[in-house]
Design a protein around this ligand. Structure first.
Ligand SMILES: [Zn+2]
Length: 511
């Protein structure tokens, strides 16, 4: 018996030693080339820079791709070596200083990690820095330089990635979310982890290819639950069910990054069949191109949209202020719809505006006290004029809330800073005009942004959201109607409002 143990023990130990060691890292930012607000390191610190075990603590309870990767370590039996995870709310290009600091730390942690069998790297795919239009490709290049040419690198991307050839060449596997609103982040992380584990065990040899149609896919049409994009997204999912296909992705692209590889793209990863990868990527790309006849922009302006919302017999009507899409890097303080609601004497509306100075004024006045002052449009000149608001401070909040459902972004804990709700004049007992003033700009991806501050979204007649598509996961279940509004701002839906310098041309939808 003792002899048997002596024989078995080294075998057990070597089996344990064969459990792959896979590093996990993420540097995520969606950068709007047209924004005047740069993204410094402080924005990543605010968004959270997690190191080592902190990565597990922060992401294990969420529905992010890094959460899926962590679950994958358990399910596919590899040792997770968390290095670094940093993200910041979409804004202007990342400063050179922030990019150098984050990539230097990633390289140092890779070097200090000991022997690794693979690296799982969560990147957005539309990060622009002062020096690199395709900063994600540069991160992969630096990770490879630090970890060696042989280390398999499996990259996950957001659906809004503008994918250049370089990153497909320098990574071993690249896959994107397949949904917008993004509700499959966890599942995509899990799939990436499974592929990394199989590569580490020598079970698969990935070959990947990228194909891009000569177009932009306007953000207005990037809903994977609706025509014309739905069949293409469905086809990528179907393809992943075929033997020999490790991953199939269709990225919609991000039109506010002025970069050479601007626009959508398809990436297919096969097990050892580069020709099949090329063929299938080209086919998905062709499917995108074939939908171009349906991509015509015909959206109402602010005045028209407010009129339509007031006439609607059912409530609530959601007005999407497309030009001030916070998730697309905008300021969150545009006043086009607020001004129009007041001008047309609409009632029962809700608008949230990021305006730290106005929050302070409200807090200083106190709950129940009168409030009067200019609100919004303070970041730059692109987002309307400050609007004079009269009313009273209805409530004050610390701005923290919890989202337990699967919503765009996969985050659970939210913090928009000190928040004031102003009951604006013209309110009736059942038709409150509510203006939420937030210290930080906050993406409207959760109804708990309202509920946690005592606002019942179903009771409002009109809800304004500063978003394009992503809000739908939270708002579609309660909205009687959604009206997309063509407003100005750094995320204006019409690309003719911007001057592109680096984007490849010609591109359908941009000319
Ligand atoms: Zn996205």
């Amino acid at each position: 018996m003792r002899y048997l143990l002596l024989v078995l023990l080294p075998m057990l130990i070597s089996a344990e030693a064969r459990r792959p060691r896979i590093a996990i890292a993420g540097i995520l930012h969606e950068s709007n080339s047209f924004s005047s607000v740069k993204t410094p390191l402080a924005d990543f610190e605010r968004g959270g820079i997690r190191r080592g075990a902190e990565v597990v603590e922060a992401y294990a309870p969420a529905r992010h791709e890094i959460s899926g990767i962590l679950e994958g370590a358990r399910r596919f039996e590899f040792e997770a070596v968390p290095l670094l995870a940093a993200s910041a709310t979409p804004s202007g290009p990342v400063t050179a200083e922030a990019f150098e600091a984050l990539t230097r730390e990633l390289a140092e942690r890779l070097n200090a990690a000991g022997p690794l069998d693979a690296l799982l790297l969560a990147l957005h795919g539309a990060m622009v820095t002062e020096a690199y239009p395709h900063a994600d490709a540069e991160i992969v290049r630096r990770a490879r330089a630090a970890a060696g040419a042989e280390l398999p690198i499996v990259v996950t991307h957001d659906f809004h990635a503008n994918i250049p050839e370089e990153i497909v060449r320098d990574s071993t596997v690249l896959l994107t979310y397949q949904t917008n609103p993004h509700v499959d982040q966890f599942e995509r992380g899990l799939r990436a982890a499974g592929i990394a584990a199989r590569i580490a065990r020598g079970q698969v040899k990935p070959a990947q290819a990228l194909a891009k149609p000569p177009m932009i896919y306007n953000i207005r049409f990037q809903n994977t639950n609706a025509e014309p994009l739905r069949p293409v997204a469905e086809e990528s999912r179907r393809l992943e069910g075929e033997a020999g296909i490790l991953a199939a992705s269709v990225a919609g692209g991000y039109q506010y990054a002025d970069v050479p590889a601007l626009g959508p793209g398809a990436v297919v990863v096969t097990d050892g069949d580069p020709e099949r990868a090329r063929r299938e990527a080209a086919r998905l790309s062709e499917m995108l191109w074939a939908t171009r006849g349906h991509l015509r922009l015909e959206l109402p302006g602010a005045a028209d949209a407010v009129r339509q919302a007031m006439e609607s017999p059912r409530r609530p009507v959601v007005l999407a202020e497309m030009g001030d899409n916070i998730g697309g890097g905008s300021a969150g303080d545009a006043t086009f719809l607020l001004a129009e609601l007041i001008r047309q004497k609409a009632s029962g509306w809700f608008v949230a505006i990021a305006d730290p100075a106005a929050v302070e004024r409200a807090a200083h006045a106190g709950v129940g006290r009168p409030f009067e002052g200019l609100v919004g449009a303070k970041t730059d000149k692109l987002h309307g004029e400050p609007v004079r608001v009269r009313g009273r401070v209805k409530s004050l909040h610390d701005g923290r809330y919890l989202e337990t459902e699967v919503r765009h972004g996969g985050q659970r804990y939210h913090d928009q800073g000190l928040t004031a709700v102003i009951e604006v004049e013209g309110s009736a007992p059942e038709e409150l005009n509510l203006l939420m003033l937030t210290t930080r700009r906050q993406t409207p991806f959760s109804l708990h942004q309202l509920i946690s501050c005592g606002v019942y979204p179903e009771r409002q007649r009109i809800l304004v959201v500063k978003a394009a598509i992503a809000f739908r996961a939270a708002y579609e279940p309660i909205a009687a109607r959604i009206i997309e509004v063509d407003t100005g701002g750094v995320t204006a839906v019409n690309p003719a409002r911007f001057t592109y310098r680096l984007a490849r041309r010609p591109l359908f939808g941009l000319e």
